[in-house]
Design a protein around this ligand. Structure first.
Ligand SMILES: Nc1ncnc2c1ncn2[C@@H]1O[C@H](COP(=O)(O)OP(=O)(O)OP(=O)(O)O)[C@@H](O)[C@H]1O
Length: 282
């Protein structure tokens, strides 16, 4: 009898199906730090993300989640392995991806509208078109009345909405999100999560969403993957999330299946978290 060995994180379409949005195969990442031995942050590891799939990446602090995202964005060159984007080997920056960081990158001297429009102007689009699309996206993130505000005149949650519009206006096929809602209060995070899911449902992009918050990971994603404690971190857990959609990210937390999934995933994650804290306390 043949037993199919499933590798954590190596999900995705069957052979012959549409190419994966992101295929990281046996990717390893090292950092050369002057005067110190090379630091092997990520050991050979694999992660496949299907087109339109929402994958959350959780793991202890410092394990390499951002590093993996940076390799997918083309900001970091892996020491080994292969990165393919929609079936093509990645060379240089990933032009199919939009990146949303924990700290937004809004220009303080530009209005909300100009902050969104500039994302298109960089690509050479006409100003009238960029303004129209910028207005449309600000309306879609619930900021139709705030187009003329400057970043310092907006709340943290509103700035985050502008940053989201700034990324989505370019219509990336892949969204790389690195703790995007990290600095927000718990209630605003949930509101942002529900907004993100609503926008995602209208035009499913592949999403890689890094978070420390396991509840947020489960509430948002189709699949949660766990990274082990570093150094030489790798993906060690793969949990499909079979909660019905559409989801409200606050209400879904009351679902008994949510609690069951949380228990199962936390069981594996907590050992990795303990390793990291054990090391830091030693
Ligand atoms: N440019 C760099 N040079 C040297 N080491 C680095 C560099 N960037 C990251 N590292 C190291 O690589 C490891 C992984 O870092 P990374 O930021 O990817 O972790 P993370 O899981 O995203 O952390 P956190 O959850 O705290 O944001 C860490 O030990 C970090 O110190």
């Amino acid at each position: 009898m043949e037993i199919a060995l499933r590798q954590p994180g190596r999900e995705g379409p069957a052979p012959g199906a549409a190419p994966l949005a992101v295929a990281l195969d046996d990717v390893s990442i090292s950092f050369a730090v002057k005067g110190r031995p090379v630091f092997k942050a990520v050991a050979p590891t694999s992660l496949h993300v299907g087109d339109g799939e929402f994958v959350a990446i959780v793991g202890p602090t410092g394990c390499g989640k951002s590093t993996l995202l940076n390799a997918t964005a083309g900001l970091l060159k892996p020491a080994g392995g292969r990165v393919a984007i929609f079936g093509e080997p990645l060379a240089g920056l990933n032009a199919k991806a939009g990146y949303l960081f924990q700290q937004d990158a809004l220009m303080p001297w530009k209005t909300a509208l100009d902050n969104v429009a500039i994302a298109l102007e960089i690509g050479g689009a006409r100003r009238a078109d960029t303004l129209a699309q910028g207005r449309d996206w600000l309306a879609r993130v619930g900021l139709a009345r705030f187009t003329d505000r400057y970043p310092h005149e907006l709340s943290g949650g509103q700035r985050k909405r502008v940053a989201l519009a700034q990324v989505l206006v370019r219509d990336p096929k892949i969204l790389l999100m690195d703790e995007p809602f990290g600095p927000l209060d718990a209630q605003t995070r949930q509101i942002m999560g529900t907004l993100l899911l609503r926008l995602w449902a209208q035009d499913r992009k592949a999403v890689m969403f890094v978070t420390h918050d396991l509840e947020e990971a489960i509430a948002l994603s189709d699949r949660v993957v766990i990274m082990s404690a570093g150094p030489e971190a790798r993906i060690i857990g793969n949990f499909p999330i079979d909660l019905a959609r559409p989801r409200d990210t606050a209400d879904i937390r009351l679902d008994p299946r949510f609690h069951q999934l949380h228990r199962e995933i936390w069981n594996q994650l907590k050992a990795e978290v303990a390793k990291t804290y054990g090391e830091e306390m030693a």
